[in-house]
Design a protein around this ligand. Structure first.
Ligand SMILES: *Cc1c(COP(=O)(O)O)cnc(C)c1O
Length: 401
């Protein structure tokens, strides 16, 4: 293996690092045209609640193959909107995965409802339908799977359960824009699908999010919810220039700006190329790391295409001497911006204080958490960047083997 030719002294112990600058685990890539699109909006009459909103929503809905797309000020706000549209209220239960960013479960808490954590499957680390089934009760209102790392959850199985129980599936696809499942595009499958436009995601508006749906009533509720609970339809019915409007429910100001929408819109034509590059990087990693018994590589089901928001590997702790944390530190010292996705949500202090003593144990998620390291994955990574990651991982794993 060619990494043996490089220094075997770990940077952690004062050796030469593989990189002098830190390669991040994810980052945005914007062009001059993207910046120009933002400037054009800033020079126009509408910097928020203007024409770019509808334009971005229409293009986005068409891209994922949904009837409606409703933009929000963040992915978290979009999740909150979807949970509200699903009718989740105080005391209701929503079944979700612990292996996610805390915002997924927090959106349930915003409604004074209860997130119930079901374990994930060993292969893709997405919600295990049989574990979901165990947790269904008369209080269950929704199932909230996450397309972990960009790999779609077992959506057909979850929908079968949801239809049987008469509950809503809200898919957290913050990782999975451009993903595909059994011939269908993520965003066109679940009752509501939620996306995030944070800078590490596939497309960015700075902060921003979107809910896609085929259900007109959901779309109407989502639009009202992001705008203080004011029905746009009521406005539309009035002649333009009239001051009258009605607030019918309690909503929030969760609107995305025209500035953000113009930025998002400008990146849409490059989205497929971006995802294609991520697939290439995943293939390069697989090519290099295949057969290393110290690493368990992310699994892709035959019926799915991941859009590779993350490249999470699991360290085989039976094979290496160190812990995940030691390996993590060693990789950071080599200039590789690894990360960990995720601390199981119910292990956070806020959740521990509230759910302590309740049966939240998800052994697969907890064990995976101790093994997980996300390697850098973003569209503008060069082949040399990938090689640096391979070299650094080789150097570190060799030391700990
Ligand atoms: C990024 C992310 C969110 C939240 O999105 P924001 O736009 O940062 O609010 C929600 N869920 C998951 C799984 C995410 O990765």
């Amino acid at each position: 293996m060619n990494f043996l030719s490089t220094s075997t002294d770990l940077a952690l112990f004062g050796g030469e690092p593989v990189r002098s600058d830190l390669l991040p685990y994810g980052r945005q890539s914007l062009t001059e045209d993207d910046l120009q699109a933002v400037l054009d909006v800033l020079r126009s009459d509408w910097i928020t609640t203007g024409p770019k909103i509808d334009e971005f929503e229409e293009v986005f809905a068409a891209y994922v193959g949904a009837k409606y797309a409703v933009s929000f000020s963040s992915g978290t706000a979009a999740l909150h909107g979807a949970v509200v549209a699903a009718g989740v209220e105080r005391g209701h239960e929503v079944i979700t995965t612990p292996l996610t960013f805390c915002a997924t479960a927090n959106s349930v808490l915003y409604q004074q409802a209860i997130p119930k954590f079901a374990d994930v499957t060993e292969d893709t680390l997405t919600l295990d339908p049989s574990q979901v089934e165990r947790l269904i009760s008369s209080e269950t209102k929704a199932i909230l799977p996450v397309d972990y790392a960009g790999h779609p959850a077992e959506l057909d199985e979850l929908h079968l359960l949801a239809d049987r129980e008469g509950v809503v599936v809200i898919e957290d696809a913050a990782h999975a824009l451009g993903g595909r499942y059994r011939g269908r595009s993520v965003g066109s499958i679940s009752h509501m699908t939620v996306f995030s436009f944070h800078p590490v995601k596939h497309l960015t508006t700075g902060e921003g999010g979107m809910v896609t749906t085929d259900n007109e009533a959901f779309a109407r509720q989502l639009r009202s919810f992001r705008n203080h609970g004011i029905e746009a339809d009521v406005r539309a019915r009035k002649t333009t220039g009239q001051w009258y409007y009605e607030m019918n429910t309690l909503g929030y100001n969760y609107r995305l700006t025209d500035i953000g929408c113009a930025l998002g819109l400008s990146q849409m034509p490059r989205l497929n190329k971006n995802i294609e590059r991520r697939r290439e990087i995943a293939a390069l990693y697989r090519e290099h790391f295949q057969g290393w018994d110290a690493l368990c590589l992310p699994f892709v089901r035959a019926d799915s295409d991941s859009s590779w928001h993350l490249y999470p590997v699991r360290i085989n702790l039976k094979v290496v001497r160190g812990s995940r944390d030691e390996i993590f530190q060693a990789l950071r010292a080599e200039g590789i911006g690894v990360n960990v996705h995720y601390i199981p949500v119910y292990l956070h202090p806020y959740y521990q204080e509230r759910f302590d003593g309740q049966d939240t144990s998800c052994p697969v998620a907890e064990r995976s958490y101790k093994e997980l390291i996300s390697l850098p994955m973003f569209q503008s990574m060069t082949d040399e960047d990938v090689q640096d990651v391979v070299t650094a991982v080789g150097k570190v794993i060799q030391y700990f083997s």
